[in-house]
Design a protein around this ligand. Sequence first.
Ligand code: NAD
Ligand code: UDP
Length: 337
Amino acid sequence: MNVLLTGGMGYIGSHTAVVLLQSGHRLVLYDNLSNSTYKVVEKLTQITGLHTPFINGDVRNTQLLTEALATHHIDAVIHFAGLKAVGESVEKPVDYYANNVQGAISLLEAMQSVDIKTLVFSSSATVYGEPQYLPLDENHPTRAINPYGRCKLHIEEMLGDVAESAPDWRIACLRYFNPVGAHESGLIGENPDGVPNNLMPYIAQVAAGKRAELSVFGADYPTADGTGVRDYIHVMDLAEGHAATLRFLSQSPGLHAINLGTGQGYSVLEMVRAFEKASGCHVPYRIVARRAGDVSAVYANPHKASECLSWRALRSLDDMCASTWRFQRSERSGMTL
Ligand code: NAD
Ligand code: UDP
């Protein structure tokens, strides 16, 4: 298939690009580089031996996007592009609605104008809000608790209306749990600017000596060791989930919301111990107050993904930590982006 990846230069997009290229798809990466660099294209070539066209553009530029879809005879779009920091979304809600919701509208306009009706959207487990029960299945009520999550929900609702409007739309909203890890080459990975918001990149930077210690946000949750529990999923498993989704959509019109998680939760302290084992480095930490807006435990029921996509996450926590560490080390030695 010819597939256009909006936000294809980012963390999840670049790993998905590797999997899709290696499965024989032809790709176009469309990204405004607001949270990525041009070097990703070179890394993709290094990993796959294939050259991938890249268009430096904003998804809100409907005309440029339409031209890209038409010129490259695109069959399907995977929409990764968006801003993703929850805290920043609270401070700058207008930026988030403008970039994420307006971006999705622009993409739909472009797709509609050239009659492309297959779309995979990067949604998030954040659309479930505070869990009413665990594990979270796709029928769990949705309720966003911050502007980032509300953007995801608005877009999912919009996609529901679009899918209702004509029977030949094929749309998947993939609700990611906590993507971590990196490609085994250590050439691409998650490389946050400034202080990482997320646990795994923070732990990696502490292990590498870049930061003094990890702040563990709360040890008084009703979990086995008192720290927060999440469903961490290897980014390469997640990437393979996208390839499986494209296969599924080719047989399945309509709108589908599907969890991409492992079904297994790990606590913050379990993550620290696993990372110490994989890296051989000590990760000092201090227990501090809970982070506002955090919930105690979140993990997926991955049953629907396994039924519909014939896909499940295969990589272990050790793989997640070891690949993160490989990327962290190569990043420090200047090999990567
Ligand atoms: P990322 O920031 O690494 O990648 C997003 C890419 O989109 C970047 O390369 C950025 O430059 C680009 N981009 C942003 N706005 C754009 C615009 N207006 N036009 C063109 N390009 C634009 O993020 P990621 O972790 O790869 O996340 C990809 C998607 O998955 C996002 O939609 C995110 O909300 C969603 N998601 C991520 C996580 C996670 O923990 N990483 C969890 C759930 C959902
Ligand atoms: N966390 C932490 N210290 C950090 C970052 C995160 O203790 O510096 C905890 C956080 O409270 C949560 C888990 O690690 O329990 C995962 O947090 P992350 O921000 O990575 O993902 P999310 O909260 O979005 O699921």
